[in-house]
Design a protein around this ligand. Structure first.
Ligand code: LLP
Length: 419
């Protein structure tokens, strides 16, 4: 399966564009570092899921954790998305963006009582539960409110997702989910809770999965489980397969085609009388975003060549945290050749880099670079370390663009503190 969606970032002559907007213009007006997102790319990917699943009763719940920008959430809500949240804060964002709580699923291994109450009060679709004690707590809080809460048990299907160890979640040793061997007992106990309706099963085996066979394997196991649970008399109605589809970070990365992938799942699930839910995050927003940064200095030590830029691990932590590769493109291509260099930021940590030992265009101070595939787990993982204001977020639509989150100010840095 090969991707069939055009890249939102492309060269016209030697200038890099997002859709029809020149990145050099955006950087000149919005400043750097800044995140730039293509609205078209986001909506196309969401639509590809919808088309692949069409005909099957389903809900594509965009995983808010990947990029929780309010404007993006609003656009996805308008396009018909549901949402997967992992905190009351994310649910607050969804509601503020105009999302329908009845289309929200609440995942996560450590929901607090306050968060469960918040979600119950707003009438979310369901909770994905990860332990007996969580089910018991939801039951008690739902009873107090006089409602019945729909739940799914998150099952650990023991499938190796093959991504970085920090983002693979479906193995026995992980904190996530209920072990396959114990799942029937957990459902049996849930059945005895009068204020929960245990009508779903869910799983999520990991993230940045480039081989869809891994997910297909999990689907087979989950369908077997549904049959087993129904055999026990449980009224299983929905199946949530989580997210996890990977995106292209390196030029040669082959990524699954979303429409084909979703179509495959539809054919598998069709006929099983199930409401299907998916929780894609990265595959919807990852390729739709880039981080623009300006070269501050070139620096050579006896052993290395450095390109010092104004973006840091505080803006994009993925290279430092997961040793992940992000393609870095010049915003203007030149004929100055290439250089083997580390691309590093201003933060006082050796781990502050965007690329190591990379064949880079021979850029000079003042030149602009675009760190690609930064739309997912980019801004959301940013921090104020070293008292760095967080960058703005820009949304491009055709040749127009607007700031959908402004750059933080010094005042923002001290908000809530007192002397
Ligand atoms: N559902 C659940 C329950 C999840 O835990 C996740 C991601 C998703 C859905 C969305 O998965 P996606 O479609 O985005 O792969 N910060 C890491 C990724 C952490 C993913 C955590 N869970 C990174 O930057 O690679």
């Amino acid at each position: 399966m090969m991707p069939d969606l055009p890249n939102a970032f492309w060269y016209q002559e030697d200038a890099l564009y997002c859709e029809q907007a020149a990145l050099a213009d955006i950087a000149a007006r919005a400043g750097t570092p800044c995140y730039v997102y293509s609205l078209r790319a986001v909506l196309e990917r969401f639509a590809a899921y919808q088309e692949g699943l069409s005909g099957l009763p389903h809900l594509v719940c965009y995983a808010v954790k990947a990029n929780s920008n309010l404007h993006l959430l609003a656009m996805l809500a308008k396009a018909g998305a549901g949402f997967d949240v992992v905190s009351a804060g994310e649910l607050f964002r969804v509601i503020r963006a105009g999302g329908d709580p009845a289309r929200v699923v609440f995942s996560g291994v450590g929901k607090t009582a306050d968060e469960i109450e918040y979600a119950l009060a707003r009438g979310i679709h369901s909770f994905n539960c990860e332990s007996d004690s969580e089910v018991a707590l939801i039951d008690a809080l739902a009873a107090r409110r006089g409602v019945r809460a729909r739940i799914a048990i998150r099952v650990n299907p023991h499938v190796e997702a093959g991504a970085h160890p920090y983002i693979s979640t479906g193995l026995r040793q992980h904190k996530f989910g209920i072990d396959f061997s114990e799942v029937e007992d957990v459902y049996r106990r849930a059945l005895a809770c009068p204020n929960v309706v245990a009508e779903g099963v869910s799983c999520h085996i990991g993230s940045q999965i480039l081989n869809p066979e891994r997910i297909f394997e999990a689907v087979d196991r989950m369908l077997e489980l549904v049959a087993r649970l129904r055999g026990m008399g449980l009224p299983i109605r929905h199946l949530d397969l989580g997210g996890g589809l990977g995106v292209a970070y390196k030029p040669g990365d082959r990524t699954p085609d979303i429409r084909e992938f979703a179509g495959w799942i539809r054919r598998k699930v069709e006929g099983a009388d199930l409401f299907l839910m998916l929780e894609p995050g990265r595959s919807i927003v990852g390729e739709a975003g880039a981080l623009l940064t300006r070269v501050l200095y070139r620096k050579r030590t006896p052993s290395r060549e450095f390109i010092v830029v104004d973006a840091a691990m505080t803006d994009l932590i993925r290279p430092s945290l997961y040793q992940s590769y992000h393609e870095i493109l010049p915003v203007r291509r030149s004929s100055r050749g290439t250089v083997l260099a580390d691309v590093v930021g201003p933060v006082c940590e050796s781990g502050d880099f965007l690329a190591l030992d990379r064949e880079m265009p021979n850029v000079l101070p003042g030149d602009l670079l675009a760190v690609c595939t930064a739309g997912a787990y980019g801004f959301v993982l940013s921090s104020n370390y070293n008292a760095r204001p967080r960058p703005p977020e820009i949304l491009v639509e055709g040749d127009a663009w607007r700031t959908v989150r402004v750059r933080e100010t010094f005042e923002d840095l001290i908000r809530g503190e007192s002397l």
